[in-house]
Design a protein around this ligand. Sequence first.
Ligand code: UDP
Length: 235
Amino acid sequence: MKTFPVLDLPVHLSDNYEDWIIDRLNQGISTHIVTMNSEMAMAAQQDSELAQIIKKADLVVPDGSGIVIYLRRRGEKQARVAGIELASSLLEKLGSLGKDCPICFYGGAPKVSEKAAQAWQKKVPDINIIYNHGYLAGEELQSWCDRIQEIQPKLILVGLGVPRQERWITNHRHLAPNAIWIGVGGSFDIWGEVKERAPEFFCNNNLEWLYRLYQEPDRWKRMLVLPRFFLKAIF
Ligand code: UDP
């Protein structure tokens, strides 16, 4: 798949990431997917380990209107692919395969990944999910890793926030070497109904960040990088 550099980080260009992912899953090829937004691209400017992880990922999708604007300004008409929507669509398709396609949710506060798994179970009754919250340590974490190794999920969604989830995937993908691994940020919070996704108006008008700031005012410091990214995108 063709890539285009965004602040020196490769973003894959496609109008159908999903078929490519399902193809990899069917072939059992280990795949790390990064869903990149402007905040992450800026974080990678200061964090060389994160930058390396993004460069080595098998697929980097443009999650965030900033990335899409950056690409458009350079002649690449790429549509935005929100990570949560990509993950939802994969869950709908793969969930119906039931036992033939074990799925793993890892991350979020205690009870949240459970609520998220239950919501998906309601939506796709055959879905086969193992889940755990993202605050495990010591023996608990070890036995969770053992469980992943034993079950061999085919799709592993990791919601520990950036860059923790990207690091975790890099360090643990050997546990399930035929799986698709995706860092999904706060998606479990949304599926578990702890947080709300921005209404369509905000998503369609490049204002998702504004809604996010309203829901999570503590993010303001992290968001200071956004105007800087925007300037880099424009010029
Ligand atoms: N989280 C976690 N373990 C940690 C730190 C964070 O499971 O040690 C979870 C947190 O509960 C939240 C998600 O990671 O569900 C971070 O979501 P956020 O929307 O901040 O993701 P980002 O914007 O960093 O991708």
